[in-house]
Write a protein of this length. Structure first.
Length: 489
């Protein structure tokens, strides 16, 4: 990285704009510069009426001071009503890069669920001034972004993240004992949190919570059309490319569902796998190999083919026969293929929700896939296991924190479904993780330092995500001016 200046003339006046850029090598051996941080303009003019100033924060008094910044190569300085500070451009340093984008996104999702209002009044502040809300928010963001043990959060992750900047806290909230004591305070509020989240999701996404279904998708069912208009058998209901037939019995009904989109998708998947399987079998028949080697390779082909394997009838050579085109044969089973085609994209459900609309019952059945996905995301994306705790209460609290992270994960997924259904939640978090926060130290001619804490410029991909999700980046933090070497808390 290096400091770059751009000269520009506007209205007869010369301006210099400064930024931090990095070089990137692209295809063809070319080198391009990507702007990482935009620092803005330093004054060059000698006319007081044209001078721009900044407001810098004094860490000791917590009051802002207006300063006019000039580069150190300007010798004739004007007279103005506020202090003039010259910046030593050759001594500018960049320090402490840390992950900012995903941490900010986690805080935004937290605010959408209004969890500050829920937890602040319940957790409060300790006698030593620890705000337990920020400790919990840090643990939940950690579980969402880069999950691991609480000890790893204390030793590594907090220092490499911008949670201290976003929460205006020190590293004390990530001390090991503080994290464990926060876990001890959570479980008694579990039921109240469930009620709060139910209301928030109902407000944000019009979500409802009631499911009672039996899964009998392996059963195939058909019925003839009803002869009388008042028959209990009803069918022909369709909406959004889904055709539904229903047969009522006492206290329950059977629901036959046929989805045109699902038929197309499942047939395309079956054709691709079957085509690869037949191609592989053709290769194996022409290879010189022993029978044992053939069996090993057939096992690999069967694993990759999945359910398509059952559509092909394979005849293997006997134990003492060589592998040849005459002894190793295969053929597509047309009977099984026709049966598979009739069942693709079609499902049979049994339910006791007799008063519900058939299409509504089908939508509730689809919630089962979300439940299965929830367990998968908790175990993989949020790494709910392994559990490093020994005490029973802390094990439950660990699961509770993982559940809170999953709530943020689901909120992000619901935003995507509304505005950008082609994205994945983990992909969005990984993309935002590219945004870093960097400390820019600007040494002054009088021995002080101006500290600019700046998050990096968003890439075009991040800008598109912000626009699609309806999110807006906050303003950059205000500059701070200190004596050189002072530690900012």
């Amino acid at each position: 990285m290096y400091l770059r200046v751009r000269n520009r003339k506007k209205n007869g006046k010369s301006h210099r704009y400064w930024s931090i850029v990095e070089s990137q090598r692209v295809r063809g051996g070319r080198v391009i510069q990507r702007q990482v941080l935009y620092l803005g303009e330093l004054n060059d003019t000698q006319r007081a009426g044209w001078i721009r100033s900044i407001e810098a924060l004094e860490p000791v008094t917590q009051q802002t001071q207006q300063l006019a910044l000039f580069p150190d190569d300007v010798h004739a300085l004007p007279v103005v009503d506020y202090p003039i500070v010259q910046i030593r451009l050759k001594q500018i340093t960049l320090c402490h890069p840390r992950q900012w984008g995903a941490c900010w996104l986690a805080c935004e999702l937290w605010d959408m669920l209004k969890l500050d209002g829920f937890w602040d009044e319940r957790l409060g502040i300790s006698r030593k001034g620890t705000r337990w809300l920020n400790v919990l928010k840090t643990m939940v963001a950690y579980r969402l972004i880069d999950p691991g043990s609480e000890f790893r959060l204390h030793c590594q992750w907090f220092e490499r993240s911008a949670m201290a900047d976003l929460l205006d806290e020190s590293a004390a909230i990530a001390s090991k004992n503080t994290l464990y004591r926060c876990l001890d305070r959570l479980l008694k509020h579990r039921e109240a949190l469930f009620a709060h989240l139910t209301q928030q999701w109902r407000t944000l996404f019009n979500a409802h919570y009631e499911v009672l279904l039996y899964d009998l998708t392996s059963t195939y069912f058909e019925c003839d059309p009803p002869e009388a208009s008042d028959s209990k058998r009803r069918f022909g209901y369709s909406r959004d490319h889904v055709r539904v037939k229903m047969l009522e019995t006492e206290g329950e009904f059977y629901l036959y569902v046929e989805s045109a989109d699902r038929v197309t998708k499942e047939r395309a998947m079956r054709r691709r796998r079957l085509k690869r399987l037949l191609h592989r079998l053709h290769e194996l028949r022409n290879m010189k190999q022993t029978r044992d080697e053939l069996l090993m390779r057939l096992g690999e082909a069967r694993k990759s083919a999945g359910r398509a394997w059952s559509l092909v009838e394979v005849h293997l050579p006997d134990k003492n026969e060589p592998v040849a085109s005459e002894t190793f044969t295969y053929a597509l089973s047309l009977k099984k293929l026709r049966q598979r085609r009739r069942r693709e994209g079609r499902y049979l459900l049994r339910s006791n929700l007799t008063d519900e609309d058939p299409h509504t019952v089908w939508e509730k059945y689809l919630l089962l896939t979300h439940i299965e996905q929830a367990f998968k995301e908790l175990k993989s994306d949020l790494s709910i296991r392994p559990v490093y705790h020994q005490h029973e209460d802390r094990i439950e609290a660990h699961i509770f924190v993982s559940f809170l992270s999953y709530c943020l994960f689901v909120t992000l997924r619901n935003l995507q479904n509304r505005f950008a259904s082609g994205l994945t939640s983990r992909g969005v978090i990984s993309t935002f993780s590219q945004m870093q926060m960097i400390d820019v130290h600007l040494p002054t001619a009088d021995g002080r330092e101006i500290l600019l804490q700046r998050y990096t410029e968003p890439t075009p991909e991040i800008k598109l995500l912000l626009d699609v999700l309806g999110l807006h980046l906050p303003s950059q933090p205000p500059p701070r001016i200190t004596n050189k070497g002072d530690v900012l808390m």
